[in-house]
Design a protein around this ligand. Structure first.
Ligand code: PPS
Length: 570
């Protein structure tokens, strides 16, 4: 195998045009139909263009796509397990003819490549899901993506690369396959084991990756995915800072770190094969594959999608054909009595074995509890604590919802004063009336306008929360689906506490502080919540308060106690 041969025996495909041709194509592309690449497509196109997906020369045509879904092979028989497709909208596809060229642009409108349209086809998504992922269950992130996010029509065809997608972060750690191979050659690294990861690395990972490399007498490439991983994963900025710390713990000159802008599908066994092909293209000779490699989590019935060793077995079957060796990842545990890591299978009856699960680690971070040195390097823990502070140092949103006159604004004001008395964070009140005077002054009370109003409130609250402040929102927010979107926007960046102010309609109407209920009954005000417009009662609020018989002061006090019990204040 020559230095630049791919596992398929061909040359590494670099799809970029020469500088002169790229300039000419860029000018020509002004007249082409134009498609704005999605985040996933941007990841795919980067690896298509730089040869990481060799031998592909573009997005799969229908014949190759069907063949990959059904047989894991391209039409010409080459092993390729993952459909790399360009999904576009019906409307856009309707304007295209085979043979035409399309300009593919990044989020800022820069032309990354042009596509010579080979064919325009409508995939059978259920067949794709079952064929590739072995399931149609939307609990699988890739099936959810396929059914709910991917567009309905695919374009196949060859790519002409104009310029690589730009990255402003960690430039010193980004290498194309050709660069990586040249570096290995320069350093005399003849055998290289790749370690794939989408999680922060702790001592056990350092131990197992180092041992794997030592066992096969190879150098080690830590090759983490920084494109798209599983929703809920630690962001790549934090992870890369952690990897940089871990790197210092390997013997000098043995190990290298480089980032892979891959969009993972969490496709288990097929994904393991795909990872191996990619690593081979980067010049690696071995790939470490663990238990449940690229696992998607549990299905809707709480069962694993794949067997724990399916990925290892499938790769083992094909490693010769791919000319890359699978190194099974051995589970490491800390033996307290020996003060060292050992392979879990080697633990004897007398060994006091310690382990901290991912869930336990997240709990300890959220509560600011001790994370022992035997588990992780102190510099890594410090990095994780910087981006995952304990709850009492995170921002949070208190989101009131309830009928007009239920007492939302009054309690919100009382709560704001109490939180300011506690101090430590800035507090912003996004009261229904205030928002409608400022942010949403042009909106009325149709469903569409109410949803827009709540989405805006959610966006502002998420920014406040992300930056460590407290947002108190007090709109009616009558629709459950919109409240869910707000919760999902805010939860990844801090706390979200929903409070249903459940004062009954009769009480609100009797109070009628603004005289609006009387007008609504008289038909002077249309679409009035509770009278002539719906209010969907929350099913999963963190707290329910009825203000019929309690003062705003007491209600606010109860909320404060709740926030304390959740760990947001102390
Ligand atoms: S929503 O549905 O969440 O967008 O409503 P919100 O922004 O909270 O605005 C509610 C306040 O607007 C006044 N108002 C109405 N409410 C409900 N329905 C209709 N048709 C309506 N027209 C005006 C009312 O004073 C609400 O204030 P609160 O503080 O809730 O009483």
């Amino acid at each position: 195998m020559g230095a630049f041969k791919t596992p398929h025996g061909g040359e590494l495909k670099n799809l970029y045009l020469s500088a002169a041709d790229a300039a000419a194509e860029k000018t020509a592309a002004r007249d082409y139909a134009s498609w704005d690449l999605t985040e996933r497509q941007l990841c795919d196109i980067e690896l298509l263009l730089n040869g990481a997906f060799s031998p592909l020369e573009g997005f799969l045509t229908e014949a190759d796509y069907r063949s990959v879904v059904d047989t894991m092979r391209l039409k010409n028989g080459v092993l390729w397990p993952m459909p790399i497709t360009l999904d576009v909208s019906e409307a856009f596809a309707g304007t295209l003819e085979p043979g035409q060229s399309v300009a593919l642009r990044d989020l800022e409108g820069v032309v990354i490549a042009t596509l010579e349209v080979g064919d325009v086809f409508r995939p059978d998504k259920a067949a794709e899901a079952s064929g590739v992922y072995g399931t149609t269950d939307e609990a699988h992130p890739a099936v959810h993506y396929l059914n709910n996010i991917a567009h309905p029509v695919y374009l196949g065809g060859r790519l002409k690369g104009i310029e690589p997608p730009v990255h402003y972060d960690f430039k010193h750690l980004r290498d194309a396959p050709e660069e990586m191979r040249a570096l290995f050659q320069k350093l005399g690294w003849r055998k290289v084991v790749a370690f794939q990861t989408r999680n922060p690395m702790h001592r056990a990972h350092q131990e197992l990756s180092f041992r794997a490399a030592r066992d096969v007498e190879a150098n080690l490439l830590i090759h983490p995915v920084v494109g798209m991983t599983k929703p809920g994963d630690v962001d790549h900025y934090t992870r890369v800072r952690c990897y940089e710390h871990v790197l210092k713990h390997y013997p000098e000159q043995t190990t290298m770190l480089s980032l892979l802008p891959l969009a993972m599908r969490m496709g288990g066994p097929r994904e393991a094969l795909w990872h191996a092909i990619i690593r081979k293209n980067y010049g690696c000779t071995h790939l470490i594959v663990g238990r449940d490699h690229a696992g998607p989590g549990k299905d809707s019935n709480g069962q694993d999608f794949y067997g724990p060793y399916d990925a290892q077995e499938l790769l083992k079957e094909h490693e010769e054909e791919l000319d890359i060796t699978m190194v099974p990842f051995r589970m490491m545990v800390y033996a307290e009595n020996r003060a060292q890591y050992i392979v879990a299978d080697d633990a004897g009856e007398d060994d006091r074995v310690l382990n901290i699960s991912g869930t336990e680690l997240r709990r300890r971070l959220a509560e600011g509890l001790d994370i022992p040195e035997w588990f992780s390097f102190p510099e890594v823990v410090t990095e994780l604590r910087r981006t995952h502070p304990p709850r009492h140092r995170q921002g949070f949103t208190v989101f009131f919802t309830g009928l007009s006159g239920s007492g939302k604004s009054t309690i919100a004001n009382a709560l704001m004063s109490k939180l300011m008395e506690v101090g430590g964070r800035n507090v912003t009140l996004l009261d229904g009336d205030i928002v409608r005077k400022n942010l949403s002054s042009e909106l009325g009370f149709s469903k569409e306008h109410r949803d827009l109003n709540i989405t805006r409130i959610g966006y502002v609250a998420s920014e406040i929360t992300k930056n460590g402040g407290i947002a108190i929102c007090a709109p009616i927010a009558p629709y459950a689906a919109t409240r869910r979107i707000v919760r999902e926007t805010i939860s990844p960046v801090g706390g979200f506490v929903e409070i249903h102010v459940a004062t009954p309609l009769e009480v609100c109407e009797e109070r009628d502080r603004k005289g609006l209920y009387a007008k609504a009954r008289a038909g002077i005000i249309k679409e009035f919540t509770g009278i002539s417009d719906p209010y969907e009662v929350p099913g999963n609020a963190e707290m329910v308060i009825d203000t019929t018989d309690i003062t705003p002061d007491l209600a606010a006090h109860r909320i404060l106690v709740k926030l304390e019990s959740l760990g947001y204040i102390r």
